[in-house]
Each structure stands twice: as C-alpha cells, then as structure tokens.
Design a protein around this ligand. Structure first.
Ligand SMILES: NC(=O)c1ccc[n+]([C@@H]2O[C@H](COP(=O)([O-])OP(=O)(O)OC[C@H]3O[C@@H](n4cnc5c(N)ncnc54)[C@H](OP(=O)(O)O)[C@@H]3O)[C@@H](O)[C@H]2O)c1
Length: 257
C-alpha cells in the first residue's frame, strides 16, 4: 500500500549519497520533495531528474544547515502551502572528518562535525517540527549511525555526534508523545557513498580502502528502509533501526573475505 503519494518530504543533504537516493525513492512513491544542500548545480540537476521522471514537485533550498539564521530564512522562503504542509522531515546531512586520535584532531574539524551533525539537526528540527505540531501530523527521520552506539579508534567526535543524534531523537519522541508525530533514528553501518572521501579530505585511495573486501550497503538500501518505515500504518512507530551489510556485525567487526 502506498501511503506516501502526495506527501511533502523535506530532505537535508539531498545532493548525493543517502539523501539523494531517499529523495528519488520518495518521488517514485509520488511524494513531492524539498531538496536541501549546499551545491546548487547538484540540487538543480536532481530537481530536473525528479520532476521529469516522476511528475511530482521538487523544490530546492541551497542551504548550509550549520547557519541557523539562513535555515530560518530559507525555509520561510518556501511557498506557504508547502512550508505549512511538510509531512516528513529527513535530517540526513552529516559528515565525519579524519580518523586521528581525539587529542590530535584539529579544532576546526571538531567544530565542523559538531556543527553539522548536531546543530544542523537542531536548527532544522526547531524550524520544522512546530509546523508539524500545529497540524498534529508528521514524521521525523534522523540519520544516526551505529557509530552512536559503539566507539571506534579515531571516531571520537563522529561517534559523539551520532550518540547525540540518538539522544535528540529519543527526546523529541518523548516530547511528541501526545501528538500524531512519529520519530525514528536510522543507524546504518557501512554504506558506500562519498562519506569516506569527505572524511579523508578527498583522498580517494584511502576512501576506497574503507570498503575493501566487503560489499557495503548502498545509498539505495538505506533509502528503501527510510521510505518503507515512513510508509507503515500511522500507529506504527519504529523508534530506531540499525542496519548493516551481511559481513558487518557491529561498529568494529567487519569480515573482509
Ligand atoms: N556512509 C556511511 O557509511 C554512513 C553510515 C552511517 C550513517 N551515515 C550518515 O548518513 C548521512 C548521509 O551520509 P552519506 O553517506 O550519504 O554522505 P555523503 O555522500 O557525503 O552525503 C552527505 C550529504 O550531506 C550534505 N551536507 C554536508 N554538510 C552539509 C551542510 N553543512 N549543509 C547542508 N548539507 C550538507 C552534502 O551535500 P553538499 O556537500 O552538497 O552540501 C551531501 O548531500 C550522514 O548523516 C552520515 O553521518 C552514513
């Protein structure tokens, strides 16, 4: 059953990876999408692809989620009937930087990861959730990670931010318990995207090694889980979902055949 046709879905980090696949899968189901990211050309390309192929509306917001004032202004710039009718929010934009020991990483890297993964989620949530509360309707999906459950060498700041996402998600669910709004934390393991290239500051070789000898999940796999979760009957709320490829057991245990 398709419960998503005609819904309006707001997705951060929609220019590539999991966010892009998620936008396409929602559009396939007949949902309109609001695509958020910092790279205008990629947003425009995706808007065109989605509108041509799926005959739904796609809106673009060129936006850095770490800039609170811009978040408010850009969301306010959406057509009123879209802004006031956001059915699903996917807080997906996020990143990790480096794999250095915590006490050897730079302050700039601490700030970038914390600002994007925690403050970005807060700013977007603060702006959109009140609109959902007003309608007593909505769904919030946050992209956490299994890194939020288990620390690994060099992962201090990233793991800490994803543990924070878990706590923000759980708190939001508690605060919305008297509403019809559902809240889910999606916690992937290894997914092959540009995530590792960003983590290693463009070092393709190092990025490729992350996935060496293991078939990682694809962004489409995660998108399918997100879309299926949002398509469940209205009284079904999956609180969190951890998903990994077959040969990954947890944040530290991977079998590379
Ligand atoms: N890949 C994995 O193995 C994995 C595992 C667990 C969880 N996750 C989580 O899944 C989410 C998506 O990651 P991904 O693997 O799809 O990575 P990705 O391919 O690098 O995509 C990240 C997306 O976030 C956007 N973004 C980054 N900083 C932003 C900012 N300040 N403002 C707006 N958009 C921003 C990027 O767009 P622009 O650069 O164009 O702005 C891009 O669209 C992240 O939260 C990540 O932590 C990933």
């Amino acid at each position: 059953m398709n419960r998503l046709s005609g819904k309006n879905v707001f997705i951060t980090g929609a220019t590539k990876g999991i966010g892009k696949s998620t936008a396409i899968k929602f559009a396939e189901m007949g949902a309109n999408v609001i695509l958020v990211g910092r790279t205008k050309s990629l947003l425009e390309e995706l808007k065109k692809e989605i509108e041509d192929k799926y005959k739904v509306e796609a809106y673009i917001l060129e936006l850095d989620v770490t800039k609170g004032k811009d978040v408010e202004e850009k969301i306010d710039s959406l057509p009123k009937d879209i802004k006031n009718n956001i059915d699903i929010l996917v807080n997906n934009a996020g990143l990790a930087i480096g794999l250095d020991k915590v006490y050897e990483s730079s302050m700039e890297d601490y700030d970038r990861v914390i600002d994007t993964n925690i403050k970005g989620v807060l700013y977007i949530t603060k702006k959109i959730v009140p609109l959902m509360v007003e309608r007593n309707k909505g769904y919030v999906v946050n992209l956490g990670s299994i890194a939020g459950d288990m620390a690994y060498y060099g992962g201090a700041v990233y793991c800490a931010t994803k543990a924070a996402v878990k706590m923000l998600t759980d708190t939001l669910r508690i605060e919305l318990v008297d509403t019809n709004i559902r809240v889910t934390n999606i916690k992937p393991g290894l997914v092959e995207t540009e995530f590792s290239k960003v983590r290693f500051k463009g070092d393709e070789e190092r990025a490729k090694n992350t996935y060496k000898g293991i078939e990682a999940l694809t962004p489409d796999d995660i998108a399918e889980v997100i879309v299926s979760t949002c398509n469940l009957p209205e009284n079904v709320q999956l609180t969190e979902i951890a998903l990994m490829p077959n040969h990954q057991a947890d944040g530290r245990t991977v079998y590379r055949g």
